[in-house]
Write a protein that binds this ligand. Structure first.
Ligand code: M6R
Length: 621
C-alpha cells in the first residue's frame, strides 16, 4: 500500500540526473504498491516545488511535461493506494503545508488523526484534503515552527502519532536532507556515491544502487548525500543492518512479455529451482543454515500454525498436507488477520510459520508479533530480503523467486510451496520421521519440477486460447481435493483479482453438500484431478464428481495427468499436466489456472498487472 521514494544527491557532483528523475524512476517501479495517484516534491531555493495527480504515474508525468520542473538534488515522491479520502488530486501526496515550505509523503494509517485534526483546528489550522497525512504534515509543521529543526520535529511528531506510518519530509531551511520516520510501515535506505536514497522497498532505487540498509522499526533517519543517521524515537543513535540486493534492475523489467504477470508465470521454473539451490550438503543431507533455532527445540515442537493471507495462505494450505504427512506434527493454517482474534492456543512448543511474499503484510506482521508474545518460535518464509516479517521472526527461509511486481501473485506461490516443503522435510529429518535417503528421493522429485513446469509453459498458448474463448462467462467454479483444493481456491482468486469474474473454489467432496446447486447448463467448472498413480482412492472419487457435474450441464475443464484416460469421457476440455506425485502436483496444476486468468483478463482489456482496488502488499490492517 503506497510506494515512497526519497533522493538526496550532492549539488557539487556532476550526475546528469536530478531528484525528479530518480523519484519518477522509483515511482514507476513502486507503482505496483498503489496506483490511485502519484506526486513528487523537491527543495527549490527557499521553497518547495511539487506536482501531484490522481491516477497512475503516467498521469503525473503528463502533468509534469506541461512545464519545467526545477533541477533540484533533494526530492521525495509517492504513489498512493487510497485509505483516507478518495483518489483525487487534492488527496494525492505530497502534502505541502507550513506556507508551502514543508512537503510530506506518507504510507500507512494514522489512527489518531481525528483527534489530532481537532486539536490542530482549534489552533487555527485549516485542512484542504480528507487525508490523515495532511494532519500528520500539519502536526510536523506546527512542531517545526517551535523547534526549528526538522529531525527534532519529526521525532516529536512520531511520538504523537498512533498507527502505522512511514513519513518522509523535506524543508528548504534544511535543504540538504530528507528526514524520515517509520513505524510498522516499510522503509529501506539505499547507499550510493555522494547520493543516498529511500524507498518503500529496494525497487525504489535498484536502478542506482544495490547497497541497502534495513531501517529499524520505530526509528527515524536523517539522510544527506554522504551520510545517513538513524535514531530511535527517544533520540538515541542507532544502526541498521546493511545488505546487498541480490537481484538487478533487469529482474524487475517485463523482459519482452506483455505484462509482469505473464513474465512472472514464465519465471516459475527458475523460482522453484533457485529456492531449492544450495540447501543440500555434500552428504545429501538437507541443511537449512538460515534456521538459527535450537535443534532440540525444533525436535520438541508439538504443533505448527501457518499464518498468511491470500495466495500465501493457500500455499500454507498446500504445505499442511505435506508437513503433517512427513513430520506427523499437527499443522493448522490460519488467515493471519483472524489468527490473534480467535485466541489461538500457543505454547513454547508451537512453531508458527509466517508465509509472505512481500514480508510487509500488516496482518501477517501482527500475527507474528502475537505468536512471539505468546512464546512461540516463528519461522518466516519470505521473498523479500530485509523486510519486516523476516526481521521480526526468529529465523527466515527465503524464497528466491526474484521480484514479483504483478499484483496477482504467481511465482511467489510456487516458491512458497517449495520452501515450506523444504522446511517440512528438514523437520522430518531432524525428528527422525524421515531418513536421509527418503528425503533425498523427495528432493529428487522436487528438483525435477522446474523442468516439468517449463514443459507445461510450452503449452501456454493452448490454455490462453481457452481463456479467450471463455472471456464472457459470468462465473467459473474450481474443484479439487487434498492439495488440489487450495489449488482450486488459488485458481478462483486469480480470476476474481484480475478478470473481475465471479469465481469460487470448492473442495470437490463438499459439492454434494450444497454448491452443486450452482451447476446449470453451460457453467464452466475446472476440476483438478489427482494423480491416478499411487495409493489413493481420490482419483476415482474426483472422476465421479466430473461425471456428476457434466450430467447437470457443466462445461468441464479437467486438469489431469498425461496418460490419465479415465477423465476423457467426461471432459469438455482437458489440460494435460506432467505426471507428478500428488503432493507435488500443485507446482504444476496451478500454472494453467494462472495462464487462464491472465488470458481472460487480457481478452477483456483489463490492466493485468494493476487490477482495480488492489495493491501488491497490504501494509494496513
Ligand atoms: O506479500 P504477501 O505474500 O504477504 O501477500 C499476501 C496477499 O496479500 C497476496 O498473496 C494477495 O492475495 C495476492 N494479491 C494474490 O494474488
Amino acid at each position: 500500500m503506497c510506494g515512497i521514494v526519497g533522493y538526496v544527491g550532492s549539488p557539487e557532483e556532476n550526475q546528469n540526473y536530478y531528484a525528479l528523475d530518480v523519484v519518477l524512476e522509483g515511482l514507476r517501479r513502486l507503482e505496483y504498491r498503489g496506483y490511485d495517484s502519484a506526486g513528487v516534491a523537491v527543495v527549490d531555493g527557499d521553497g518547495i516545488t511539487y506536482a501531484k495527480k490522481a491516477g497512475k504515474v503516467a498521469a503525473l508525468e503528463s502533468e509534469l511535461a506541461k512545464g519545467v520542473f526545477p533541477q533540484s538534488k533533494v526530492g521525495i515522491g509517492h504513489t498512493r493506494w487510497a485509505t483516507h479520502g478518495g483518489p483525487s488530486d487534492v488527496n494525492a501526496h505530497p502534502h505541502v503545508v507550513d506556507h508551502g515550505r514543508l512537503a510530506v509523503v506518507h504510507n500507512g494509517i494514522i489512527e489518531n488523526f481525528a483527534e489530532l485534526k481537532h486539536e490542530l483546528s482549534a489552533l487555527g489550522y485549516n485542512f484542504v484534503s480528507d487525508t490523515d497525512t495532511e494532519v500528520a504534515a500539519t502536526l510536523l509543521g506546527h512542531i517545526y515552527n517551535e523547534v526549528q529543526d526538522l529531525t527534532e520535529a519529526m521525532r516529536q511528531a512520531a511520538n504523537r502519532l498512533e498507527g502505522a506510518f512511514t513519513l518522509l519530509a523535506i524543508h528548504p531551511e534544511q535543504p540538504d536532507r530528507i528526514v524520515a520516520a517509520r513505524r510498522n510501515s516499510p522503509l529501506v535506505i539505499g547507499l550510493g556515491e555522494k547520493e543516498n536514497f529511500l524507498g518503500s522497498d529496494v525497487s525504489g532505487f535498484i536502478e542506482f544502487t544495490k547497497k541497502a540498509v534495513e531501517m529499524p522499526n520505530d526509528h527515524l533517519v536523517v539522510l544527506t548525500a554522504d551520510s545517513y543517521e538513524i535514531r530511535d524515537f527517544a533520540g538515541n543513535p542507532a544502526t541498521g543492518k546493511e545488505f546487498e540486493v541480490a537481484w538487478d534492475a533487469a529482474a524487475a523489467e517485463k523482459g519482452g512479455y506483455a505484462s509482469f504477470m505473464e513474465k512472472e508465470i514464465n519465471d516459475q521454473p527458475a523460482a522453484v529451482r533457485d529456492t531449492l539451490l544450495g540447501r543440500l550438503n555434500e552428504k545429501g543431507k538437507l541443511t537449512l543454515d538460515e534456521l538459527r533455532i535450537d535443534e532440540s527445540l525444533l525436535r520438541s515442537i508439538d504443533k505448527i500454525i501457518v499464518v498468511a493471507c491470500g495466495t500465501a495462505a493457500y500455499a500454507g494450505q498446500v504445505a499442511r498436507y505435506a508437513i503433517e504427512h512427513w513430520c506427523r506434527i499437527p499443522t493448522e493454517v490460519e488467515l493471519a488477520h483472524e489468527f490473534r482474534y480467535r485466541d489461538p492456543i500457543i505454547t513454547e512448543k508451537t512453531l508458527v510459520v509466517a508465509l509472505s511474499q512481500s514480508g510487509e503484510t500488516m496482518d501477517t506482521i501482527m500475527a507474528v508479533r502475537h505468536a512471539r508474545e505468546q512464546g512461540a518460535k516463528v519461522i518466516a518464509i519470505c521473498n523479500t530480503i530485509g523486510s519486516t516479517i523476516p526481521r521480526e521472526s526468529d529465523a527466515c527461509l527465503y524464497t528466491y523467486a526474484g521480484p514479483e511486481i504483478a499484483v496477482a501473485s504467481t511465482k511467489a506461490f510456487l516458491a512458497q510451496i517449495t520452501a515450506a516443503y523444504l522446511l517440512g522435510l528438514y523437520l522430518a529429518q531432524l525428528r527422525g520421521n524421515k531418513f536421509a535417503d527418503e528425503v533425498q528421493l523427495i528432493l529428487d522429485e522436487l528438483r525435477a519440477m522446474p523442468e516439468k513446469i517449463a514443459s507445461l509453459l510450452e503449452r501456454s498458448e493452448e490454455i490462453a486460447q481457452l481463456g479467450r474463448d471463455m472471456k464472457d462467462a459470468s462465473s467459473v467454479l474450481f474443484l479439487g481435493r487434498h492439495v488440489g483444493f487450495p489449488v482450486a481456491l488459488e485458481g478462483a482468486l486469480k480470476l476474481k483479482e484480475i478478470a473481475y469474474l465471479h469465481a469460487e473454489g470448492f473442495a470437490a467432496g463438499e459439492l454434494k453438500h450444497g454448491p452443486i446447486a450452482l451447476v446449470e447448463e453451460g457453467q464452466p467448472v475446472f476440476v483438478i484431478v489427482p494423480s491416478p498413480r499411487g495409493r489413493n482412492s481420490l482419483h476415482a472419487k474426483v472422476v465421479s464428481t466430473i461425471q456428476e457435474i457434466r450430467a447437470r450441464g457443466a462445461v468441464t475443464i479437467v486438469i489431469a495427468e498425461e496418460g490419465d484416460t479415465a477423465v476423457e469421457a467426461y471432459a469438455n476440455h482437458i489440460i494435460r499436466i506432467p505426471q507428478t506425485p500428488t503432493l507435488l502436483q500443485p507446482l504444476v496444476a496451478t500454472v494453467p489456472l494462472q495462464i487462464f486468468a491472465c488470458a481472460v483478463a487480457g481478452a477483456k482489456g483489463y490492466d493485468i498487472d494493476q487490477p482495480r482496488n488492489l495493491a501488491k502488499s497490504v501494509t494496513v490492517e
